[in-house]
Write a protein that binds this ligand. Structure first.
Ligand code: FES
Ligand SMILES: [Fe+2]
Length: 397
C-alpha cells in the first residue's frame, strides 16, 4: 500500500523510474509531487544527499577565534563546529562518549567542553581530557574515548561537512572563477536568522532561484527594482551547482525607495556585475545571492518531508562593516530580506499542502526557472542511481 502522501498509485516505489527521469531530464518536466512528501524518498535524501554529500553549515568567519563554537544538527545528527587552539576549524560529534548526552548548545566560546551530565571533559580537538572517578575502572583508557570527528572543508569561506566520510573531496570546477569578482573570502556574517518552514527543503531552495514568481508574489516589494531575467550567457550549469545572473536597478538587497541609503559596490566588480545580482545554488543545500554590495545565503536543515529549518545569513565586506553608519544603513537590508522571505514562506507552505494532494501531478517548468530545472535534473538522476551520487557528481545529466 502506498503512503497517503504518495500520489502515484501506479508507482509505489519512492524512487524514480526511467520514464519519470526522462520526463525531468529531457522534457523539462517537474519532479513528481511525491518527491516532496514521501517519507521514504525523504529518508533517501537524508542518507544520500545530506549525510553522503557535502553539506554547507555556514561561514568560517563566524568562528574566527580559538574556542569559538556553534552547535548544529544535520538531519538529526548533533554536531558542533569549534575553532581549536591550533587555529583549525573542526566539526565534532556533539554526543558525550560516556552516555551520549549532547554537550554544547547554541553558540559561544570555551576552552574545555564539559558534559553537563557526569562531568566528562573534552579538549577543543575532541580528545577526552577528564573523566571523574574513572581512574578506578580497570583498563579505562581516555585515549579510546575521543569525540568522533566529521570531515570538513571550506570553499571561499563557506564551511562544508561530510557526515558519512565517503564523499570525494569537495571540488567545484568553475565556481571560483565565476565568483571571484565578489571577493567572497572578504565577507563577514553580520546576522544569522532561523526560520522554521512547513515545506519540503527543495521547495524553499527552488523559489529562491527562480524569476517566474517575482511579479506575482513580490509585486508590491520588488516592482521598482525590475529584476530582468538572465540572458542565456548568464546561466551556468555545472555538475554540482547552478548559477544565474540577472540585471536590475540599484542593489537587489534593499526595497527600492529613493530615500534608502545603500552601501558602496564591492570595488572588484565590473560595471555590469554591479548592476545585477548573481544567484547560486550549490547542491544540495547552499543557496546564495551575491549582490553588488553584499551577499545573503541560506543554510538548509531538512527536518521531515514537510518541515525544514533554514538560516538566513547576511554578509558584508569587511570595509563596509567598518563604517560608522553601518548599523543604521543595514536595517534597510535586513528589512528587505525579511519582507521578501515572509512573502515566499506564505506561498511555500500553501504549495506544500498542494504537493500532498493525491491528485497532484508533475508539471512543466518555464524558461524563467532554468536553475530549478537543473536542480530537479540533479535530484532525478541521483534518485535513479543513488550509488553514483557519491562525491557530489551529477550522474547522467
Ligand atoms: S553522559 Fe556525559 S559524562 Fe555522562
Ligand atoms: Fe521570492
Amino acid at each position: 500500500m502506498s503512503h497517503p502522501c504518495c500520489n502515484n498509485v501506479t508507482n509505489p516505489s519512492p524512487m524514480l523510474h526511467d520514464g519519470e527521469l526522462a520526463q525531468v531530464v529531457e522534457r523539462g518536466g517537474t519532479l513528481p509531487p511525491r518527491c516532496y512528501c514521501d517519507p521514504v524518498f525523504f529518508q533517501w535524501e537524508v542518507e544520500t544527499l545530506f549525510r553522503g554529500g557535502w553539506h554547507c553549515v555556514g561561514r568560517a568567519d563566524r568562528l574566527a577565534n580559538a574556542g569559538d563554537y556553534q552547535a548544529l544538527e544535520i538531519t538529526g545528527v548533533p554536531l558542533f563546529l569549534l575553532r581549536g587552539d591550533d587555529g583549525e576549524l573542526r566539526c565534532l560529534s556533539n554526543v558525550c562518549r560516556h552516555r551520549a548526552m549532547p554537550l554544547l548548545q547554541g553558540r559561544g566560546r570555551c576552552d574545555l567542553i564539559r558534559c553537563p551530565f557526569h562531568g566528562w571533559s573534552y579538549r577543543p580537538d575532541g580528545t577526552l581530557a577528564g573523566a571523574p572517578t574513572m581512574n578506578r575502572q580497570t583498563g579505562f583508557d581516555k585515549r579510546e574515548f575521543a569525540l568522533a570527528q566529521v570531515r570538513l572543508q571550506t570553499l571561499d569561506g563557506f564551511v562544508f561537512v561530510n557526515l558519512d566520510g565517503q564523499a570525494s573531496p569537495l571540488s567545484m570546477t568553475g565556481f571560483a572563477g565565476l565568483h571571484a569578482p565578489y571577493a567572497l573570502h572578504d565577507l563577514r556574517v553580520t546576522r544569522r536568522k532561523r526560520f522554521a518552514v512547513a515545506c519540503n527543503w527543495k521547495l524553499f531552495l527552488q523559489v529562491f532561484m527562480e524569476y517566474y514568481h517575482l511579479e506575482h508574489v513580490h509585486a508590491a516589494t520588488f516592482a521598482q527594482t525590475a529584476y530582468q531575467a538572465p540572458e542565456p550567457g548568464d546561466e551556468t550549469f555545472a555538475d554540482s551547482f547552478v548559477s544565474v545572473f540577472g540585471l536590475h536597478h540599484g542593489t537587489g538587497a534593499v526595497l527600492q525607495d529613493p530615500a534608502t541609503r545603500t552601501f558602496d559596490p564591492i570595488p572588484t566588480l565590473d560595471d555590469r556585475l554591479s548592476r545585477g545580482t548573481r544567484y547560486t545554488h550549490v547542491f544540495p543545500g547552499l543557496a546564495f545571492a551575491a549582490a553588488r554590495d553584499c551577499l545573503w545565503f541560506f543554510e538548509c536543515y531538512p527536518v521531515s518531508p514537510g518541515e525544514s529549518v533554514f538560516y538566513l545569513n547576511s554578509c558584508f565586506p569587511a570595509a563596509t562593516l567598518a563604517r560608522c553608519d553601518f548599523d543604521k544603513i543595514v536595517a534597510s537590508y535586513y528589512a528587505r530580506w525579511d519582507t521578501a522571505l515572509a512573502e515566499d514562506i506564505e506561498m511555500l507552505e500553501r504549495q506544500q499542502r498542494g504537493m500532498a494532494s493525491p491528485l497532484a501531478r508533475p508539471g512543466r517548468s518555464s524558461h524563467l526557472e532554468s536553475a530549478v530545472t537543473q536542480f530537479e535534473r540533479w535530484i532525478a538522476a541521483s534518485a535513479l542511481a543513488p550509488e553514483r551520487q557519491r562525491g557530489r557528481t551529477t550522474p547522467g545529466v
